[in-house]
Design a protein around this ligand. Structure first.
Ligand code: NDP
Length: 248
């Protein structure tokens, strides 16, 4: 076990199999946290496990489809039994969804996008809030997108979910703002070199974009016990630490 700033702490990351979530899980592990890694792709979770061990930490692998709301509920109970509390929750998993005019979206695709990007995050709040309250320094970061603030043609389902995630997180922050030990914030990675970005912009040269590892360092900063803000949205690049409260 490392002696980093998250040594002895438990951190749950959704979408830990690739992209920003995987890099965040590794960054948190390098800071000393035990990682609870969530995703559907078991092989990728096992590869992550190997890398976390090499970084001197440990992981609990949870193959889970975020459409399984009951599974998210059960996870909270299982984590309480095993660890007694949770210190960090990074709600990162997401899908791009159909990039189709609103009038032509298949209802099943609409539903699936809302379930993974929005409802699953609410189910995690429901399942994990009691565990985070038991931490000495509970930190939650929900991953949003610049799409939450733009109305662009064909981005409807994705943008709707990200706008809703922002009000979800801010509501949770308002409900917990009297707790000195629980901080809830939002993070917008901006364009990042991942599979999702390549799907949205197939003609773009990925090498022109920041790597998930760079973005992960910014998410790590929001997860540290020393990070005291709550109810805010942070835009990458964090070296500028441009932060703002959304209009009340
Ligand atoms: P990727 O597509 O690379 O990774 C998405 C992750 O989400 C994977 O680990 C995937 O795991 C997981 N996931 C997707 N669907 C499910 C599901 N049904 N159940 C469980 N896990 C699921 O995306 P990024 O890393 O790019 O995106 C991470 C976050 O950052 C997202 O919320 C995205 O909206 C946001 N973002 C990304 C930007 C970018 O430029 N990349 C810009 C702005 C925001 P698996 O398939 O194994 O289940």
């Amino acid at each position: 076990m490392t002696d980093g700033p998250l040594a002895g702490r438990y951190a749950l990351v959704t979408g830990a199999t690739r992209g920003i979530g995987r890099a965040t899980a590794l960054a948190l592990a390098e800071a000393g946290a035990h990682i609870i890694a969530i995703g559907r792709t078991s092989g990728a979770l096992e590869e992550l496990d190997d890398e976390i061990r090499q970084a001197g930490s440990n992981a609990t692998l949870v193959p889970l489809d975020l459409k399984d709301g009951d599974g998210i509920d059960r996870l909270g109970g299982a984590l309480y039994e095993r660890f007694g509390h949770l210190d960090v929750f990074v709600g990162n998993a997401g899908v791009l969804g159909p990039m189709t005019p609103l009038a032509q979206i298949d209802p099943k695709e609409w539903e699936a996008t809302l379930t993974v990007n929005l409802t699953a995050n609410w189910r995690f709040i429901r399942s994990l809030d009691p565990l985070l309250r038991l931490s000495t320094a509970g930190r939650a970061v929900l991953v949003s997108s610049g799409a939450a603030h733009k109305a662009r043609a064909y981005w409807g389902p994705y943008a709707v979910t990200k706008a809703a995630v922002e009000i979800l997180a801010r509501t949770w922050a308002a409900e917990t703002e009297n707790l000195s030990n629980l901080k809830v914030n939002l993070f917008n990675p901006g364009p990042t070199r991942t599979r999702m970005r390549a799907k949205a912009y197939p003609g773009e040269d990925p090498e022109t974009l920041p790597a998930p590892e760079d973005v992960a360092q910014a998410i790590l900063a929001l997860c540290l016990p020393s990070f005291e803000e709550t109810g805010k949205l942070y835009d990458f690049p964090m070296r500028k630490f441009r932060e703002f409260r959304l209009p009340e």
